[in-house]
Design a protein around this ligand. Structure first.
Ligand SMILES: Cc1cc2nc3c(=O)[nH]c(=O)nc-3n(C[C@H](O)[C@H](O)[C@H](O)COP(=O)(O)OP(=O)(O)OC[C@H]3O[C@@H](n4cnc5c(N)ncnc54)[C@H](O)[C@@H]3O)c2cc1C
Length: 285
């Protein structure tokens, strides 16, 4: 099928983009970023926006740099930008480890980091990264700018705190201190598919014990989140098999997994145990 008819707008500044968005949002006008999620659902006519606000020529949205201890990722920054570390420290390594799990190479060349957050698939690797690292999301509209914490941004399956006329202009991730280590693991049935479960584990060693522990989980519940029970099992402990298994078990107990016609909640709970343990093991290598 072909998409229903629509008008494409091509603003060149953020002010212009949010002005058009405010005018067309009531007619289901939407932002077009990489088009890797929006265009397929338009082709299936599951979405019929009358207007698309194409942000690919908006100046300044290609920013990708560390400022004041935060990595700024503008709305035009594509997944492929992270194939190589974007900063020399642990954050650059973490992002280039995660990115290779997203879809396939051609999709990574077009799809954007912020587009993934705005789309809010519960299994998205970038949504999991944003939740685990407590990202700040910067939303702009004709009313001004607001900064939304990742824990308040994801509202459920493909649902966010963005208003219909808001542009997610940039995401900010904390630049991780030297000595931070991380591991990522996901399970899917075919390479390139969305994960049935994914985990990102991050910690730093202080005197041989884990500190600043973060354990994030995606694909299991309706939104990605940090799992406090797993983090508590690790904090202040030396890394090792027994404590990793205890944390994975704590995560499996803590979750309320989604079910679908192919995957039971119990299966996703088992996957939770596996991906959390494997992410922690990778962080420890
Ligand atoms: C075969 C296939 C496999 C895939 N596998 C994965 C996978 O394993 N993991 C994964 O995470 N993703 C996967 N994707 C999705 C892909 O990563 C998309 O690139 C991503 O979800 C959306 O980014 P985009 O820039 O293409 O957004 P678009 O498709 O342009 O937009 C998606 C939605 O977000 C809105 N939007 C986009 N940018 C903004 C913004 N800045 N502000 C406000 N709203 C905005 C749009 O209006 C639209 O509603 C897959 C896609 C395909 C086709």
């Amino acid at each position: 099928m072909k998409p229903a008819p629509f008008t494409r707008h091509v603003p060149h500044t953020v002010d212009e983009a949010v002005k058009i968005l405010s005018e067309v949002a009531p007619q289901d006008g939407r932002v077009l970023a990489g088009g890797q999620s929006l265009v397929p659902i338009m082709a299936f006519r599951m979405a019929r926006p009358a207007h698309l606000v194409d942000i690919n020529e908006v100046a300044g949205l290609d920013k990708l740099k560390v400022e004041n201890g935060k990595l700024i990722i503008g709305a035009r920054v594509r997944h492929a930008a992270f194939h190589k570390p974007v900063t020399p420290g642990p954050l650059g390594a973490l992002l280039s480890n995660v990115v290779r799990n997203i879809a396939h190479y051609p999709i990574r060349m077009r799809g954007t980091f912020c587009g993934s957050l705005a789309h809010a698939d519960p299994a998205s690797e970038w949504c999991l990264t944003a939740a685990t690292l407590d990202a700040e999301l910067v939303a702009k509209s004709v009313r001004g700018e607001r900064v939304i914490a990742a824990k308040d941004f994801f509202g459920g399956i493909m649902s966010t705190a963005l208003d219909e006329d808001e542009l997610l202009a940039e995401a900010r991730l904390p630049d991780l201190p030297a000595g931070t280590t991380s591991g990522f693991n996901e399970f899917n049935r075919r390479a390139g598919d969305f994960a049935l479960a994914a985990s990102l584990a991050v910690y730093r060693l202080d005197g041989g014990k884990m500190t600043d522990v973060r354990v994030g989980l995606g694909g299991v519940e309706d939104r990605p989140r940090r799992i406090a029970e797993a983090e508590q099992a690790l904090q202040g402990q030396p890394p090792g098999d027994a404590v990793f298994r205890a944390a994975a078990q704590a995560a499996a107990r803590a979750v309320d997994p989604l079910e679908d016609n192919q995957t039971s909640a119990e299966y996703r709970r088992d996957l939770t145990r596996a991906v959390v343990r494997r992410a922690l093991e990778q962080a420890n290598t």
